[in-house]
Ligand binder design. Sequence first.
Ligand SMILES: C[S@@+](CC[C@H](N)C(=O)[O-])C[C@H]1O[C@@H](n2cnc3c(N)ncnc32)[C@H](O)[C@@H]1O
Length: 289
Amino acid sequence: MLSISVKEFLFWKKKQLSKGGDDESLSVLLDCIGGISTKDINLLKINHTGNIYLKKNLDHLESIWEYHLLNLEPIQYLCGITFWRDLKLKVSNKVLIPRPETELIVDIVLKIFGRETQNLLFAELGTGSGAISIALSLAYPSWDGIATDIDQDALEVATLNYINSSNQSNLKFFCGHWWNPFESYKGKLDLAISNPPYIPRDIYEKLPKEVKNFEPKIALLGGEDGLKHIHEIIQKAPLFLKDKGWLIIENHFDQGEKVKQLFIENKFKLVEIVKDLSGVGRFTIGRYK
Ligand SMILES: C[S@@+](CC[C@H](N)C(=O)[O-])C[C@H]1O[C@@H](n2cnc3c(N)ncnc32)[C@H](O)[C@@H]1O
């Protein structure tokens, strides 16, 4: 551990932010590589005296920060870690960095089922880093979860994250195309969730470099109109859900009405567009019959 005065540290931090980037990314770097949490940094702002201890020296941290600014590579990939809800998750460039807005999916589940519902079976399609499924399996230890991804490398990240976050064995991972690995679960699911690739091609082509150059295309591109995967997931969901089973889909900000129609065409009831914290209709939910 390296000792450094709080004043010097705060001056250094301000200098880094003056070069560009955002406070949140710098906090990820400081926590994951520097070994000082955001909570501890906030406390320093109240008391400027004394020393703090870092795992790496400021020059080392500065070199990673400058690399991030120059190459636009997300700091989460450079550090190999991201924070999502109360989880600390490993990420590599094989998985999408789970977004803060997606955190709300867990709250939607909590709202539908409450905290006390026992022994349900849920499925997640396209689990990536495993964030959603891991959060649910921790929130509901009596539930069983099954999660798929098309990418075996992503599933390795998800499996590692699950092992690091939980000492339970209520979540299983399967490799394959959307519902295909779930043949033996037909008619058995109480809940299915997916945050599939939903970006339309023209928008994908214009995505900021920090997304397009680093995050997996397979996790983002949803075909020409963005609805290719959403369509398939909704259409096949009735085969796998129990009667009164729920489907929750995350969609692009402007797809809510179209996704709602797809739910209705496929015999879902109680269909609703749920807004995220910015007021965007980010999720569509419905109950099968
Ligand atoms: C938008 S990412 C979501 C990742 C994670 N669930 C999250 O919310 O951060 C979509 C995920 O779907 C996976 N995927 C893409 N095509 C798929 C397919 N045909 N079948 C299964 N998974 C697929 C991608 O590999 C990626 O992990």
